[in-house]
Write a protein that binds this ligand. Structure first.
Ligand SMILES: [Zn+2]
Length: 373
């Protein structure tokens, strides 16, 4: 049976191990030793050869005894946002906090601890279940590097769940945006600003003119956002600015709409800049693919029924954020995000209710049981 106190204690043990991005080795070894103690032989991939970290992603494949059941995938990331070394957990009125000098690390040890406790309980209870694949990733917090650099042929599951998003237990996120980062370089022509300004072409003014002609920015529609987050350039107060660089972050749940927005934006900036004697170059980076699990997919339906079994009212949601789940979906694994209750993440005020930690594990356990029926 799932054991709440054992789960909380294991969570505290997991977050007490320093685990910044690219330095997950100690945590990975702890997780692997816990899996071995359950009779599971985990494997580590070599993602770190590309990420520059000190260990790879940890994988485990748990053979079930219901071969007709779809193979489930559960994922959580091992790294936590700094300051994360020397975490001391304070338990107060059913809530877990750090002592205020570090993050709690509930992001994402809530997922890690739940996965370990559920597998342990499955073994103890001998409940019928299908095959289950677990994946504990590295360096999610610095660009999902573990997932980006994994060998997707290791994925053996039919669909899965990422245990890495805030919100109430029972909230299922089935869609997250595709993201483009567009690096723009506008080139004008330098000239002395006081003696010969007419000989220059001011890149700042061209870029500003182009950006001011964009039809919209910020929240463009229900599915789409657009941000200019960085803008750099200029060499001196007395020089007509020869070059500026800026970066656009555009993302949307509507993948076709995003392609059009990208093309339209590039066309507009090009037109404004070149018509005034400037030059412009674009570098388009695909930040991540979209999460788009159809709401009638078994992945969603199972999570809904499992939440209902727990007496919760499941809620379908979308997010504007990107996570490991985006890349897993991009690899062809339908992957929904299950809310875990983590709150104030990425700050030293982070907290996690003990009930939400236990609720995450219960939800996962119910999904596995229902999947085998
Ligand atoms: Zn996270």
């Amino acid at each position: 049976m799932l054991n709440k106190e054992r789960l909380i204690n294991e969570f505290i043990e997991l977050v007490s191990v320093p685990c910044p991005s690219k330095d997950e080795k100690q945590e990975a070894e702890l997780i692997m030793s816990k899996l071995r103690a359950m009779g599971i032989e985990p494997e580590m991939d070599n993602a770190h050869e590309k990420t520059g970290g000190n260990c790879g992603n940890v994988w485990a494949y748990i053979k079930g005894n219901v071969p007709t059941a779809p193979v489930l995938f559960f994922e959580a990331h091992m790294d936590s946002v700094a300051p994360t070394t020397g975490t001391k957990v304070i338990r107060k009125d059913g809530v877990l906090y750090s002592d205020g000098t570090t993050t709690l690390g509930g992001d994402d040890k809530v997922g890690v601890a739940s996965m370990l406790e559920v597998v342990r309980a499955l073994k103890e209870d001998g409940v019928p279940h299908g095959d289950i694949q677990l994946c504990f990733t590295v360096s999610e917090e610095i660009g999902c590097l573990g997932v980006v650099n994994m060998d997707k042929s290791w994925i053996k599951a039919d669909f899965g769940y990422c245990l890495d998003i805030g919100g109430d237990i029972g909230e299922i996120t089935y869609a997250a945006p595709k993201l483009y980062d567009i690096y723009v370089k506008v080139t004008g022509k330098a000239a002395h600003a006081g003696i010969a300004p007419e000989e220059g072409v001011n890149a700042i003014m061209l870029a500003a003119d182009a950006l001011s002609k964009l039809p919209a920015y910020g929240r463009i529609d229900k599915e789409t956002t657009f941000n200019v987050g960085m803008f750099n350039g200029g060499v001196g107060t007395n020089v007509v600015c020869p070059e500026v660089k800026f970066v656009i972050d555009m993302r949307s749940l509507n993948v076709e709409g995003l392609e059009k927005l990208k093309d339209d934006t590039i066309a507009l900036i090009t037109e404004v800049v070149t018509s005034q004697g400037g030059k412009v170059e674009f570098e388009v980076h695909e930040g991540c693919p979209a999460v788009a699990v159809p709401t009638d997919h078994k992945c969603i339906e199972l999570a809904q029924r499992a939440a209902e079994k727990m007496g919760l009212k499941p809620e379908l949601k979308t997010t504007g954020g990107c996570s490991d789940g985006n890349f897993l979906c991009g690899y062809g694994l339908p992957c929904a995000l299950l809310a875990t209750g983590m709150s104030n993440v990425h700050t030293t005020e982070e907290y996690l209710k003990e009930d939400d930690l236990f609720g995450t594990a219960r939800w996962m356990y119910e999904i596995i049981k229902l999947n085998a029926l």
